[in-house]
Design a binder for this molecule. Sequence first.
Ligand SMILES: Cc1cc2nc3c(=O)[nH]c(=O)nc-3n(C[C@H](O)[C@H](O)[C@H](O)COP(=O)(O)OP(=O)(O)OC[C@H]3O[C@@H](n4cnc5c(N)ncnc54)[C@H](O)[C@@H]3O)c2cc1C
Length: 423
Amino acid sequence: MQFDVVVIGGGLAGLSCAIRLAESGKRCAVVSSGQSALYFSSGSLDLLAQLPDGTAVSSPLAALPVLQQQAPQHPYSLLGATQVATLAREAEELLQRCGVAMQGSCEWNHLRVTPLGTRRATWLSPQAIPVSAWGGNLPWQHIAVLGIEGFLDFQPQMAASSLIEEQKVIAEAAFLHLPLLDRLRNNPSEFRAANIARVLDLPEHLAALAEEVKRQAGEAEAIFLPACLGLESDQPLLALRQAVGRPVFLLPTLPPSVLGMRLYQALRQRLQQLGGVFMPGDTVLRASIDQQRISGLYTRNHTDIPLRAQQVVLASGSFFSNGLVADLAGIREPVFGLDVFSKAERADWSHPDFFAAQPYLQFGVKTDANLRALKQGEAITNLYAIGAVAGGYDPLQQGCGAGVSLIGALHVAQQIIEGHNVK
Ligand SMILES: Cc1cc2nc3c(=O)[nH]c(=O)nc-3n(C[C@H](O)[C@H](O)[C@H](O)COP(=O)(O)OP(=O)(O)OC[C@H]3O[C@@H](n4cnc5c(N)ncnc54)[C@H](O)[C@@H]3O)c2cc1C
């Protein structure tokens, strides 16, 4: 099977790269073995929230020169501040073309309310999430945080007490009593956010849901619910807001994340509408490499029939998605055996203080300045590495996971479209 580009991994990085390539007429295939990190994410996308020295970042683009000094191996530092700024704006436009309505911009971080009721700096958040401007307060003085009886993946009391303590607002916790969920409740393993959303999204359940929300919210000005609504669009939330007559927002839950799943579905749909080929449930196992070029990719399902492409993009995620593997021999990238940032001594992989920056989070594939993957110190001419599989940055401490994925994806797509390394 012959393509212009094969992308390995269908998470945020792989899908956005493939979408950009398909938009420019490239014949693309995405091979993706399992669920991506989006299924486990908040649904908000981080660009740069904190510098390695711990300084909080209000304006991600303005902080890039300092990041360059503190972290020269960071993917943003490799690409340079001007390119990162250009591609951050392009990423915002790409999400819009996918029908993903987000609030925020790369000029200024905003603060989103977390499931714990604290606030966290981020770049883009779904419209459903309550946010405040950087340095600003939430616009409400009285908030009702409503859980769902029997749903353990969201604790309204915890969120309400942080809102009281940190935001100095009146916040009251209560639980929605929803008999329409009883069928799901019988099996605790089914009583999860995505399954609840499938029931609550049905238009015939709107009136009962709105009635119970109004009853439990009392006199509150704004209402925060767990994100168990709107699996496919904002429509059920907009209808609920109208029926309740007050601002209603969603807070992320434990996985599966409805907000992350919706983003994933929108990206995947856009790729397929553009004619991109998506191969879910298949895994790239190995590759043939001739003269520093990938000449064929061998997958679990296609066995000895190789996928062939002019260009290959590795977007296989980090340890979480098996894009990186840790075993007795050390840290390795399992498909191509690429060079990785790591530490020789196992004891140095993690920090004993659980809350400190963890060294293993910076592990990942080494690339050149154009994000081409390195093997034995040399770039493989038609293989790029993007997103969480790439090393040199800490997505958690620096709050930059989605930004690195999107910006790397668009940079590589640009390289391929402009034919910088086609031989
Ligand atoms: C639990 C969790 C929560 C996060 N939450 C946030 C958040 O809220 N906001 C934020 O900005 N960042 C978050 N991040 C950071 C996150 O890593 C990035 O934002 C981004 O989603 C990573 O995307 P990716 O496409 O590089 O990798 P992934 O999303 O991990 O996708 C990689 C894909 O490649 C597939 N794959 C792996 N190996 C192969 C193979 N050999 N063949 C075929 N397919 C393969 C995997 O199955 C997976 O589907 C989170 C990370 C984790 C782990």
